[in-house]
Design a protein around this ligand. Structure first.
Ligand code: FES
Length: 165
């Protein structure tokens, strides 16, 4: 793994935003799309950047993951407009359909991953599409005016799509 990190670091060293680019590429090329502790330590040491700075970048941007992610990510908006239009029941439905529980040990409050690593459920403060509330994203695709029925159909299709990302 260190060889891969070395190659990535060498690619971006001396370029503007090098740390951000290195973290992005390391995450992209790590199984389950996340930044593990070993990677962060290694990057800090090799790039001669304080570990605290590496952590603050990795935690500031929401597209960085510090935990292993599922093949598919379902993001439920929990902003005010979406909340008013029923995003909480939608979130509860997603969690129930995937057998996830909000209180599971070791999970933080905004991200839950199924044990088989197929699905990650997370929340977001606002997609910036409040007029189309409630809004949900499945991987990169945004779904507006989501309903319980539409969501259930969508999830069933994803669950049936065995082992494909
Ligand atoms: S509150 Fe959900 S898109 Fe803005």
């Amino acid at each position: 793994m260190n060889e891969l990190y070395d190659t990535i670091i060498a690619t971006y060293t001396g370029k503007p935003g090098a740390l951000l680019s290195v973290l992005e590429e390391v995450q992209r090329r790590t199984e389950h799309t996340y930044l593990n502790e070993q990677a962060l330590l290694y990057i800090a040491e090799k790039m001669e950047v304080p570990l605290s700075q590496v952590y603050s970048v990795a935690t500031f941007y929401s597209f960085f993951n510090l935990k292993p992610q599922g093949e598919h990510t379902i993001t439920v908006c929990r902003g005010t407009a979406c909340h008013t239009k029923g995003s909480k029941p939608l979130l509860d439905d997603v969690m129930a359909m995937l057998g996830l529980h909000e209180s599971e040990e070791g999970e933080d409050e905004s991200s839950y991953t199924t044990k088989d690593m197929r699905f990650t459920v997370r929340t977001v403060a606002c997609f910036g599409q409040c007029a189309l509330a409630p809004v949900i994203a499945v991987d990169e695709v945004i779904y507006s005016r989501m309903t319980g029925d539409k969501l259930s159909t969508l999830l069933k299709q994803l669950i049936a799509r065995k082992g494909t990302a």
